[in-house]
Design a protein around this ligand. Structure first.
Ligand code: PLP
Length: 480
């Protein structure tokens, strides 16, 4: 039989035969690292996979024989790649501070520490330590939320979408919810007010027009079948020009005259006057409560700068009804977030130091001159590391997450302009995302702009860029 084989085929068979056994690989010196770092079962499986890949490569004529050491190394690098956590840290240089796809608010150190404790130890989550009796999880934040908003009572759920759903379902199921046509919002991730209303079991009654809604539109629609009058913050758009909306206080009077509660979904909501920190004033939760809304909902991880949560604050009897809704149990928050939330809310008691401690506010209130100084300082090192033209440039940041959608903030960034037009730009963006800590910027007229508003760890950033030259040729040219 051997006589029928060509020289090529026999070389191939030889290379296949020369491959080590699984046991042979496991016994070689470099395998010890893999066994130690990843454990026997995963490493053995990776060795099998590496051997299979080597066999396939030999059969395809793409590779020659491989020894035990080479197979062990291949298995190890396969496992190291898989060991990367899926939820990876990134440098958010997009210019959008509260970027929903990048996890919105980053937490204050105080919140991180509180969350760690709640993760490591048993905590009195629903337990009244003084009496030894059962407690409520809302007890941990209720008093503080009431203090900060002026509301009678408060509760917390998974996010603001959950808060809106729960409010509508509790207070308007089987009844009408009246909303202006100018406020029928869709926010990201398929959250559309009409759909949420349908799921909550309430009938949407639209009043007014897209640009103008008058008091008489509401008065004409309210009747015995009305459960709620709803006001929705038009988070991600503005209607400008010939417009009219009914101010919250007047709307509260209209609703109350007919014995109907007013529900105000503030969206982002804020607990402090942003004007104090050099930003444009956004209605605070306290203002919404004072203007007569019976229920106000808002997010924990937008302007508030805490973990993902949704708040419902307002009239005691209505909050009690919300707490009796069986859906509340399905939408509640866990101890880790509750701990982080409590710590975040406490920071609001000291407005003087809030901007220094709360990352969201610190980043939003960062002055363009300070950011420009960073740009000037690091531009030369960035240019050296990336090998492309880098120039400091003014740019505009956004708050994000539907807070003050038409407001932008003066900022500063680095303008990266590789030779070779669109393809080169795409390749550069891809390569920056391939770094150990991916760097995410934004494309802007023929350049890649890295807005430095959210860059606080300059040294870490430059250390990450140092890996750029080491990226494989393919990754650097966007082919990986
Ligand atoms: C963002 C937003 C929501 C949803 O809040 P999440 O915390 O993202 O669930 C609801 N209503 C309005 C008006 C919003 O802006």
């Amino acid at each position: 039989m051997t006589g029928g084989l060509s020289a090529e085929t026999s070389a191939l068979a030889g290379a296949l035969r020369a491959l080590p056994s699984v046991d042979g690989v496991l016994k070689c010196a470099p395998a010890a690292i893999g066994l130690d770092r990843h454990g026997r079962e995963p490493f053995t499986a990776a060795v099998r996979a590496a051997l299979e890949a080597a066999r396939a490569a030999i059969r395809a004529g793409m590779a020659g024989p491989a020894d035990a050491e080479a197979i062990a190394a291949a298995a190890l690098s396969r496992l190291e790649a898989e060991a990367q956590p899926s939820l990876r840290p990134v440098f958010n240089l997009t210019g959008t501070v509260l970027h929903t796809n990048l996890g919105r608010a980053i937490l204050a150190e105080e919140a991180v520490e509180a969350a760690l404790i709640a993760m490591r130890q048993p905590v009195a989550l629903e337990y009244d330590v003084a009496s030894g009796a059962r407690g409520e999880r809302d007890d941990h934040v209720r008093a503080l939320l009431c203090e900060l908003t002026g509301a009678e009572d408060a509760t917390v759920v998974n996010n603001n979408a959950a808060a809106v759903l729960l409010v509508l379902n509790t207070l308007a199921q089987g009844k009408d919810s009246i909303v202006s046509r100018g406020e029928l919002i869709e926010i990201g991730g398929a959250f559309r007010m009409p759909d949420i209303m349908a799921r909550a079991g309430t009938r949407l009654v639209e009043v007014g027009t897209t640009n103008r809604t008058h008091p008489k539109d509401y008065t004409g629609a309210i009747g015995p079948q009305t459960g709620l009058v709803v006001k929705v913050h038009t988070s991600n758009y503005r209607i400008e020009g010939f417009t009219k909306e009914v101010p919250p206080r007047e709307l509260a009077d209209i609703a109350h005259a007919q014995g109907v509660p007013l529900f105000n979904d503030l969206g982002s909501g804020t607990l402090c006057d942003l004007a104090r920190y050099g930003l444009k004033h956004e209605p605070t939760v306290r203002e919404a409560v004072a203007e007569g809304a019976d229920i106000v909902t808002f997010s924990g991880d937008k302007l508030l700068g805490g973990p993902q949560t949704g708040f419902i604050v307002g009239r005691r009897d209505l909050i009690a009804a919300i707490n009796r809704n069986p859906m509340k149990r399905a939408l509640r928050v866990d101890k880790i977030r509750l701990a982080a939330l409590d710590a975040t809310l406490r920071l609001y008691r000291d407005p003087d130091r809030l901007a220094a401690r709360l990352p969201t506010l610190r980043l939003l209130s960062r002055r363009a001159e300070a950011i420009a100084a960073v740009a000037e300082r690091i531009a030369p090192a960035v240019e050296t590391a990336l090998g492309v033209r880098v120039s400091p440039c003014p740019c505009r940041s956004q708050i994000g997450s539907g807070a003050l959608p038409t407001e932008t903030l003066d900022s500063y960034g680095l303008r990266l302009t590789p030779d070779g037009g669109g393809r080169a730009l795409e390749a550069l963006a891809t390569a920056l995302r391939a770094l150990p800590v991916p760097v995410i910027g934004r494309r802007e007229d023929g350049a890649l702009v890295l807005d430095l508003r959210c860059l606080e760890d300059e040294a870490g950033f430059l250390a990450t860029l140092a890996a750029f030259a080491g990226l494989e040729e393919g990754a650097r040219h966007g082919l990986a």
